[in-house]
Write a protein that binds this ligand. Sequence first.
Ligand code: ATP
Ligand code: MG
Ligand code: MG
Ligand code: MG
Length: 562
Amino acid sequence: MKQSETLIPTLKEIPADADIKSHQLLLRAGFIRQTASGIYSFLPLGKRVLRKVEEIVREEMDAAGASEMFMPAMQPAELWHETGRWNTFGPELMRLNDRHDREFALGATHEEVITSLIRDEVKSYKKLPLMLYQIQTKFRDEKRPRFGLLRGREFVMKDAYTFHDSYESLDEAYQKMFQAYSNIFTRCGLNFRAVIADSGAMGGKDTHEFMVLSEVGEDTIAYSDSSTYAANIEMAPVITTYEKMDEPIKELEKVETPNKKSMQEVADFLNHPLSNGLKSLMFKVDEKLVLVVTRGDHEVNDIKLKNHFNATSVELATEEETRNVLGAGFGSLGPVGINGKVEVVADNAVKYVMNVSCGANEDGYHYINANPERDFDVDTFIDLRFILEGDPSPDGKGKIKFAKGIEVGHVFKLGQFYAEKLGATYLDDHGKSKTMIMGCYGIGVSRTLAAIVEQFHDEKGMTWPNEVAPFHVHLLTINAKKEEQQELADRLYQLFREVGIEVLYDDRTERAGVKFADSDLIGIPFRVTVGKKASEGIVEFKTRSNGEQIEIHESDLVDKLN
Ligand code: ATP
Ligand code: MG
Ligand code: MG
Ligand code: MG
């Protein structure tokens, strides 16, 4: 491709509202342009990379035995009503009406469409298992679209769905998908981890997220420094519901909760019997709400906790503040059960998030030793996880460390949720009607592209790994007005194209400095510069990633590039 004939609008300045590297560089190097908040055009270079990532995804999906298909982005509301997600998906689902005022959603995901399709088309166990996928534009009206392609409102996703007649069959498909995902992200050159994720409300079982390690990641993962153990310390939306529990079964002793506390007093407070029963307390630390949670039965880890707060003032949270965070008060409503996830903000900037369910409080008081399972009839029980850096890894191998991650992929054993709602059944080998079992598997293709840039750039621009680079070689002349330079460059351009080396040819009549700067910004893995020694057939060959530069004869170039 000739640069003079295509659209690569590079920018010298960092665009004002782009605060992370991938967003800045993709804009500056002319790969993307924003059309509306969270909605982007892919310009020729961006589109080429997107296509490369898509091709890797296709090859690995096909190799795993999945078949590609293509489903509509526009989906009738009726399907979403059948699963209940028309209501539960909330404002993230983009909705529109047609001219007859019929309601539609723009696909945020395709479980409804594919499950209804399979319900109609597959009737017998003989047709199972099935593995299907598509690469398609998805729409999600994200609350905070940001970071360029990382969190868009319109983005490219690969989504796969599998259908089974047994959980063993689902396990097999899950393993295959897991392996395919590992292959995909490895081929993209990424440093990633597969982490245990939260199966949330969908009632699924196993689920893993593929996380690209990056400071700009919005997820926090806890991983072992000497095994493959890794888990998402996930923050689901903070609890909004709680269940009322019965009155305490036994008479509990009440103590007045102290208000203003010094750090020492907090530590003492945590050693108070109070902590034993509740295992968690809301504090306000420097205007931030902090939930202090102890781990295990009666294992009050006050000193460790204390060391993790960098606080000048500590007080108990008010009922209202607590309610805002937890959906129900610790110091408020009497015996209530609280079940959900809360976060602890610690001074080392890691957010600890854990499942918690707790209860047994009253305004201004706490019951001593109130133990929700023992002292109350509860449907939910305490599940406190509070992992600190340096803790032993749950698999017994090594110590826990924390890292930020970008979720680029997600594999999920769905089970029967959608098949049940949509009535996807089949006849087994005895002619009995059974509900299908499903899995779903997503990859953020456009997000992956941005994640690659997060891991592959330097101060001058992007440094694309070969397999996903927009081109393999960037060809340019120092001075296009010199006939011998122009001639050699033209010849090399022809040659590269003939032997199938993807080449971007900067044939513009720009100064050499401008061309070099653009070239570094775009980050094609190799650069061939035709300059002074053109008449001898000698060119400069530069490797973008390490800056290595050699002189090479034109006749050796093809070998060098292959
Ligand atoms: P997130 O936690 O980042 O909001 P998600 O868990 O909602 O993502 P999934 O429903 O698991 O996303 O979708 C599958 C994949 O699609 C994700 O792993 C991610 O790579 C990608 N993805 C999700 N939302 C977006 C978005 N707004 N922009 C770009 N890619 C996205
Ligand atoms: Mg999301
Ligand atoms: Mg997620
Ligand atoms: Mg996900």
